[in-house]
Design a protein around this ligand. Structure first.
Ligand SMILES: [Zn+2]
Length: 107
């Protein structure tokens, strides 16, 4: 079953934010792929570059405590966390991975 579409106004927690971002990135990826005729791996690299640039710009805006939210960027550990998240999400899932399987019935 596909997840229900999430609108920006429906974002209330980390889970709904993840679903919204997944949808937005897939939509953007498909539009760029269709319009540019670039190969998928090139569009993926461009997406990763855009994420890195977003990090750099947001981190720069948070230097010296300029933002009241209180986030203090730690580039080395933040970038390592981003790398790990990318790798974790990108690694192919094994079809026999019990944790990722949906229960087919009830015992
Ligand atoms: Zn902030």
């Amino acid at each position: 079953m596909l997840p229900q579409p999430v609108k920006a106004a429906d974002i209330t927690d980390e889970n709904s934010a993840q679903t919204y971002l997944n949808q937005a990135i897939m939509t953007t990826f498909c539009r760029v792929l269709d319009s540019s005729r670039l190969p998928p791996d090139v569009v993926m690299r461009l997406l990763a570059t855009a994420l890195g640039q977003t990090y750099r710009e947001v981190a720069a805006a948070h230097q010296d405590g300029c933002c009241p939210c209180g986030w203090r960027p730690q580039p080395a550990s933040d970038i390592e966390t981003l790398r790990a998240s990318l790798e974790d999400a990108a690694v192919p899932r094994r079809s026999d991975d019990l944790l990722s399987m949906t229960a087919a019935g009830r015992a």
